[in-house]
Design a protein around this ligand. Structure first.
Ligand code: PGA
Length: 259
């Protein structure tokens, strides 16, 4: 099994309301994770808060910056969209694509795949979010998920897979009371790796990191990392609470160091 650098991605979604608050969260997170090394820590604030946080970072890349979306072309008549070159100019190194909240607003696999291809070629790290809305007893959701993954990666060349992370986020566990059970997360990691091996050669299929998202917090992180066998996590709510986020990063580091 390939050993990956652990990854923790904080998705701030459409929060907080002001740039002052965004900077305050960033500073507090930075303090919390100061002593931790060997974990890739990425924060994904709103587009408009990226420049201020990037300036605040100075030369420190302890916290890497991610965007919550990016368009599939470099420039042009696409009202309301933000392009990869624009994002790179403000220090962005990662991008979340295909988040279920965007898919619900109408983004489909074909567009997501175009965005993934463009971002990877432009040298960004892509965190592709996938996950089923609900589960059926016959396991048809597995076939559905396999299709979603392969369609969202249509046109991606295997040589870019080192820049790719798959974030498994079952929609029913996002914004919920509890995360998915850790042993069930492990089953999905195996399933996703198998799906990648079917879509790409085995040489490439080992390269993407596979992380979990959906109600991750400072209480369940140890169990998710110990028994879920993931390479990291994608917290939403907990990523805006610096202490919780700090505990998540520290725990990810601790558990993966033992593997
Ligand atoms: P949550 O969000 O941690 O608040 O459930 C996760 C996500 O939507 O990425």
């Amino acid at each position: 099994m390939t050993k990956h650098t652990p990854l923790v991605v904080g998705n701030w979604k459409m929060n907080p309301e002001s740039v002052e608050s965004a900077l305050a969260i960033y500073r507090a997170v930075r303090k919390e994770i100061d002593a931790v090394s060997g974990v890739d820590v990425v924060l994904c604030p709103s587009f408009v808060h990226l420049p201020a946080i990037n300036t605040e970072r100075g030369r420190s890349k302890k916290v890497q910056l991610g965007a919550q979306n990016a368009f599939s072309l470099p420039s042009g008549s696409f009202t309301g969209e933000v392009s990869v070159p624009m994002l790179k100019e403000v220090g962005v190194s990662h991008v979340l694509l295909g988040h279920s909240e965007r898919r619900t607003m109408g983004e489909h696999d074909e567009l997501i795949a175009q965005k993934v291809v463009f971002a990877l070629k432009a040298d960004l790290d892509v965190v592709l979010c996938v996950g089923e809305r609900e589960r059926d007893e016959d396991g048809r959701y597995l076939e559905w998920l396999e299709n979603q993954i392969t369609a969202s990666l249509e046109g991606v060349s295997g040589k870019y897979l080192g820049q790719l992370t798959i974030a498994y986020e079952p929609i029913w566990a996002i914004g919920a009371k509890e995360a998915m059970e850790s042993t069930a997360i492990h089953e999905m990691v195996v399933f996703i790796r198998r799906t990648l091996a079917r879509a790409f050669s085995s040489k490439y299929a080992e390269r993407p990191r596979i992380i979990y998202g959906g109600s991750v917090n400072s209480h369940n992180i140890e169990d998710i990392m110990e028994n879920g066998e993931v390479d990291g996590v994608l917290p939403g709510r907990a990523s805006r609470e610096p202490q919780q986020f700090g505990t998540i990063v520290t725990t990810v580091k601790k558990v993966l160091a033992k593997r």
